[in-house]
Design a protein around this ligand. Structure first.
Ligand code: NAP
Length: 428
């Protein structure tokens, strides 16, 4: 039997589940892979905490460096989260020639380029399947299976909390605050949900998807992101009437001006496969000329699904240790240009509260026209003295759409730009 010693940084939701799986499924994993995976040492903040894990208490330590230094630890699993102290610890393990498996999207999105370079220099693996989409296999398909495809777009629901909230608002008519409270009660949302509802969590995943999908490193600072806090039941209802579902999407694409990655709510046609993804489920939709479209969907978080992804990486890294393989990074990152967001073609749904007077529509159309944005459709509802106008534009560079919105906002007849949400659909 080929024994591989594993050191863990973290034994919380993911790490604790991984330890359980390594003990309860030990024989099954050994039978299937020929690997005897043994937990050797585990760093935690509080070794006294009751964890209900079937490993000796003496394995726990607060000294994370001692896990890396332990000669019986052949590979490191980093599931502590955050950039500090996880970043320097992962780097030191790689420099010491130990492969690392991590579930830490924040770390990979922020420092992945340097960490991947360090792994390459040492000839060891740095694997992070669980960093995007939890239990959904997406990192390996993007970086290995699809490495020969010239992908055009990778678009995903990569945050379960926000998809749960939007699903509740859409299906039950629940108000945003109530849907968020429900997500917190059910454990889908953190007590501080800012990173989820503000889009930062999805932005880290978008950076990783874009980097792997297009072979160009996209830093986290190059991913503009907007969350769902401004989405109202009113717009969900109007969008539905117009044939769209509102989703928070991470969108990475190869545009004429370079690779672009962004996160924001979008109106998506009801018929799009991502519109059907409900609740906390995650899904990634991939487009390319040869594969046409692929949809990966499943549990984007949770101890068990995420531990399965980590376990897959552990098995992969263990096989490479035993093969004595010099591991190259799965994807090389070419220094190619990133598109400025202003140049990326977008289209918009805009809800305006306007004076119900003759000539108003003409003024609004001309403000859009002067900014080079043409209008695809207009729908009007009278509400007394005022009227609500729903406008969907054609594709135009993001900067021109923004100029149009600013110009419309200046018009005296426009009482409020009540909502402005991008639209993703096939037609221009
Ligand atoms: N949870 C999910 O569903 C999920 C899904 C995909 C990816 N991930 C990623 O997986 C990673 C872990 O998430 P999690 O949910 O398992 O987190 P968690 O439940 O908060 O667990 C974190 C663990 O790390 C330990 N830890 C934290 N800081 C430490 C430090 N400075 N020194 C030593 N130990 C430290 C904690 O020790 P104590 O136990 O003593 O507090 C705890 O065991 C994160 O990067 C997260 O983004 C999680």
């Amino acid at each position: 039997m080929n024994t591989i010693g594993i050191g863990l940084l973290g034994a919380g939701t993911v790490g604790g589940t991984l330890i359980k799986r390594l003990t309860t499924d030990h024989a099954a994993i050994a039978a299937k892979t020929g690997l005897d995976l043994q937990v050797r040492r585990v760093a935690v903040r509080d070794p006294g905490k009751s964890r209900n894990l079937d490993i000796p208490e003496g394995m726990f330590t607060t000294d994370a460096q001692s896990v890396i230094d332990d000669p019986e630890v052949d590979l490191l699993v980093e599931v502590m989260g955050g950039q500090e102290p996880a970043g320097p610890l992962v780097l030191r393990a790689l420099e010491a020639g130990k492969p690392v498996v991590t579930a830490n999207k924040e770390l990979i999105a922020a420092r992945g380029y340097d960490l991947i370079a360090a792994a390459e220099k040492s000839g060891v693996a740095l694997l992070f399947e669980a960093a995007v989409g939890g239990g959904i296999p997406i990192i390996r398909p993007l970086s290995e299976t699809l490495a020969g495809e010239r992908l055009t777009r990778v678009m995903g629901i990569v945050n379960g909390t926000t998809n749960f909230i939007l699903s509740q608002m859409t299906e039950e008519g629940t108000a945003y605050e109530d849907a968020l409270a429900e997500a917190q009660e059910l454990g889908f949302a953190e007590p501080d949900p800012t990173a989820d509802v503000g889009g930062a969590d999805a932005a880290a995943k978008a950076a990783i998807l874009a980097s792997l999908g297009f072979g160009t490193w996209v830093g986290l600072d190059r991913v503009p992101h907007t969350g769902i806090t401004e989405i109202t039941a009113t717009d969900i209802r109007y969008a539905d009437d117009l044939g769209y579902t509102i989703k928070l999407l991470a969108i990475a694409e190869d545009t004429d001006n370079g690779v672009s990655a962004r996160v924001h709510p979008v109106l998506l046609p009801h018929a799009h496969p991502l519109s059907a993804i409900r609740g906390a489920t995650n899904a990634i939709f991939i487009e390319g000329p040869a594969i046409d479209t692929l949809l990966f969907a499943g549990p984007g978080a949770g101890g068990d699904p995420t531990a399965t992804a980590v376990l897959g990486d552990v098995i992969d890294a263990a096989r490479e240790i035993l093969a004595g393989a010099q591991v190259a990074p799965r994807i090389r990152f070419a220094p190619s240009s990133l598109a400025d967001f202003g140049s990326v073609p977008t289209k918009w749904y805009v809800r305006l509260e306007v004076a119900d007077l003759p000539g108003v529509l003409a003024q609004i159309a001309s403000a859009f026209g002067e900014a080079n944005v043409s209008i695809k459709s207009v729908w009007q509802e009278e509400t007394g003295e005022e009227a609500t106008l729903l406008i969907v534009t054609h594709l135009a560079p993001e900067s021109e759409q923004q100029n149009a919105l600013a110009a419309v906002n200046e018009l005296d007849c426009v009482h409020a730009v009540a909502a402005a949400i991008r639209v993703e659909s096939e037609e221009a």
